[in-house]
Design a protein around this ligand. Structure first.
Ligand SMILES: O=P(O)(O)OC[C@H]1O[C@H](O[C@H]2O[C@H](CO)[C@@H](O)[C@H](O)[C@H]2O)[C@H](O)[C@@H](O)[C@@H]1O
Length: 390
């Protein structure tokens, strides 16, 4: 995988249209394109388009609306400027009024460390859109070296887990840090400090070996779906192959059908075809992510359950001693925000540069703000240690 630094096509979130719509230069929104580590060759922007198809259930059952709702407008290049200079339609008044409900975790940093007083922070991080910027090609969603260094430091001071919709292997290949815990496939594939006692009460624990032959314990509650996901993945590839820009990823316990690079007039077709395939798989369902349809097993397991499981595995369930923080940008992260909110144990931090209803408590605008927040936490902890505190 080419991890060299270059320029990415960074994409933005949906923008609500109303009164004080301003056109802002992207630099005012805090996107640092210099910090984007993509390689120009393989990872250039693709803008594929093709023909339209049938309507039917997809329109009537709300799929199309959901697909559109997850559809950020593209950055518009300013005439006469370089490709790196873009403008974004941005409703600043609306954004700031939304931030009254979801205050910036940077501005609220003192409050957050106050909440963490005498507690151990447990850090949960989503990957795409949180540690790496959203880009056109999922294979090119690299995190920057500075983000990697920051996450490594975070893990030095706090138990840290990545919880991603990607397969565990794929997200590890992108993050490349051995000091973290990983939950792939929306939490359906967990590797971590799973004790044998915990395993006894969870039949979905499996012993395995890693590439070096070391024994590892995995938690895989959707294990029986492996052949089904493999089969549906191949079908999804087949039924989307004539739709230019469509991309299907196999994430072991789930599959992703991307339509980010598909002409909007073809979204109905792609949604309809996925919907039709799922009619033959009543034990699978589809959820909506950022310009992606996620096909996954109908089991009572999600990122929220994964957070609970990891807290239990780490012996961090006591809310008097532990403050879990979860940072994520997508609808699938809402399950984790909800678990923290409803158990009154920890806080969700939503990464968004536009208004979104959420179960999170705080917000950060983009991965650069995520990095700043993580750095603040590390510096605070370093100071605490320096002064002899735990
Ligand atoms: O839970 P996450 O780690 O956030 O993973 C969710 C999905 O992320 C990826 O797709 C998203 O990011 C891509 C790269 O920036 C972007 O091109 C795509 O439009 C986004 O939906 C990943 O490719 C999916 O498989 C994950 O399910």
């Amino acid at each position: 995988m080419d991890m060299k630094s270059s320029h990415a096509s960074l994409l933005t979130d949906p923008v609500p249209v109303n009164k004080s719509r301003l056109r802002m230069h992207s630099s005012l929104l805090g996107y640092s394109q210099q910090d984007s580590p993509l390689s120009p060759g393989k990872c250039s922007r693709s803008n594929s388009r093709k023909s339209t198809g049938s309507v039917d259930d997809v329109r009537s059952n709300g799929w199309l609306d959901a697909m559109k709702a997850s559809s950020p407008p593209r950055k518009k290049l300013l005439k006469g400027s370089s490709a790196q200079v873009a403008s974004i339609d941005f409703d600043i008044e609306d954004y700031f009024s939304w931030m009254l409900e979801y205050p910036s975790a940077l501005d609220s940093f003192e409050k957050i460390i106050d909440l963490a007083k005498n507690k151990k922070i447990a850090m949960f991080l989503d990957y795409d859109g949180t540690l790496s910027p959203i880009v056109d090609d999922p294979d090119c969603a690299f995190m920057s070296e500075s983000m990697r260094t920051t996450v490594r430091s975070v893990a030095k001071y706090f138990p840290t887990a990545i919880i991603s919709g990607r397969s565990r292997d794929k997200v590890f290949d992108l993050v490349k840090l051995t000091e973290l815990y990983y939950a792939g496939s929306h939490g359906m594939d967990i590797i971590g400090p799973i004790s044998s006692t915990l395993c006894k009460s969870h039949p979905d624990c499996v012993k395995s070996t890693d590439q070096e032959g070391n024994e590892i314990t995995l938690f895989q509650p959707a294990r029986e779906f492996l052949p089904m996901i493999d089969e549906v993945f191949r079908t999804l590839v087949e039924i989307t192959k004539d739709i230019e820009g469509a991309k299907v990823e196999n994430h072991k316990f789930c599959a992703s059908v991307h339509y980010r690079n598909v002409e909007e007039t073809n979204w109905t077709t792609i949604g309809q075809r996925v919907h039709d395939v799922l009619k033959d798989y009543p034990r699978l369902r589809s959820t909506h992510g950022r310009k992606v349809l996620e096909v996954r097993p109908v089991i009572d397991w999600n990122k929220g359950k994964a957070v609970e499981f990891l807290l239990e595995s780490l012996g961090l369930t006591d809310s008097n001693d532990v403050l879990p923080l979860y940072i994520g940008d997508d609808t699938t992260d809402e399950d984790a925000f909800k678990v923290l909110r409803e158990s009154n144990h920890g806080y969700g931090i939503l990464v968004s540069s536009v208004r979104k209803e959420s179960n999170a408590f705080f917000s950060l605008r983009d991965p650069n703000e995520v990095m700043k927040f993580l750095q603040l936490l590390v510096n605070w902890k370093r100071q605490e240690r320096k002064h002899g505190k735990k």
